[in-house]
Ligand binder design. Structure first.
Ligand code: SIN
Length: 320
């Protein structure tokens, strides 16, 4: 008799994708196979020392991820984590926005148990699908005593939610943790940890999940857009966004968060009008280092897409 449970929540993605021909790794449709079927197709999962339960929370290609699904997912994860017998959660997800969902869940739940997102770069019908091994590895991480926090597991590598980014369009090992490096590896079902699990700050998490829960279903979340700096950038797109009621802007600057002078002038104008602005970098590695006299706050090392999630949550909390 197994005393502990792992709950596997399905949200779609290529891991649940199907193609008309087994050799086709590109012309497939994501989010077709139910989570129950994916789990049933992997008898090796029953070797886990925990009982496995599965639940379909959504069924989408993750390019179409939205706030309604995030809200439902955060609530289901919080629900299951509150049960004493639940040891951890695995979430199957598309690779395209996995890093945003991972960061979102870490920010609102800051869990003291493991929440492991996993995925695949090839559909379930592929000649050599990668999803089954990723799922086994994810369950190994979720079952590991002492594991905690939101992590992503792909191609045998464990990444923390704050650092993980999709960096490749087709390789099976499509994710990187940049400068921070991965948290560890899953080697034949065993974990080799390189760094500590992220620590949990439960009080902060309680406040964030309450904010999400108390926002009405279907209520629009604060509008935050990302604007990039590049040669010839001017501020016209920012002017249009401000006129359209944008509440927050993440500017993905060049290098150390630098902006073309024309774009910077309009961004500062927007900030003076009450739009919350955060400065990130379009560089894949490193972080914006603040310097004396900076008027635009930096993203504290977050990538532009994660800085956008953080700013939306900050604006959502200040609305309540
Ligand atoms: C998706 O993100 O849902 C499709 C692409 C993938 O999972 O690799």
């Amino acid at each position: 008799m197994k005393n502990k449970k792992i709950v596997i929540l399905g949200t779609g993605g290529t891991i649940a994708g199907t193609a008309a021909e087994a050799g086709d790794n590109l012309g497939y449709t994501a989010a077709q196979v139910g989570i129950g079927q994916l789990v049933a197709a992997l008898p090796a999962l029953t070797d886990s020392n925990c009982e496995l339960l599965s639940e379909q929370v959504a069924q989408v290609d993750s390019k179409d991820m939205d706030f309604g699904i995030w809200r439902a997912l955060a609530q289901r994860v919080a629900h299951w984590l509150a049960q004493d017998e639940v040891q951890g959660i695995v979430i199957t997800h598309g690779t395209d926005t996995l890093e945003e969902t991972a960061f979102f869940l870490q920010a609102v739940l800051d869990p003291a148990k493991p929440v492991v997102l996993t995925c695949a770069m090839r559909p379930a019908t592929a000649l050599a699908p990668d999803g089954p091994q990723n799922m086994l590895d994810a369950v190994a991480v979720a079952s590991h005593a002492g594991a905690r926090g939101v992590v992503a597991v792909c191609a045998g590598v464990i990444h923390g939610a704050v650092d993980v980014q999709k960096v490749h369009t087709y390789r099976l090992d499509a994710f990187s943790s940049g400068d921070a490096g991965p948290l560890g590896f899953v080697e034949e079902g065993r974990l080799r940890l390189l760094r500590n699990w992220p620590s949990a700050h439960a009080e902060q998490a309680q406040a964030a999940i309450k904010t999400i829960a108390s926002s009405a279903v279907g209520q629009p979340w604060p509008r935050v857009e990302i604007v990039m700096n590049y040669a010839g950038a001017d501020g016209r797109a920012v002017r249009a966004l401000v006129a359209d009621g944008v509440q927050g802007l993440v500017v993905a600057g060049t290098g150390n968060g630098a902006l073309h002078h024309a774009l910077e002038a309009v961004v500062l104008e927007a900030q003076a009008q009450g739009v919350r602005v955060v400065r990130a970098t379009r560089c894949l590695e490193g972080r914006v280092l603040p310097k004396a006299g900076d008027v635009l706050p930096d993203s504290q090392g977050l990538s532009p897409v994660k800085a956008r999630v953080a700013l939306m949550l900050a604006l959502l909390a200040s609305d309540h």
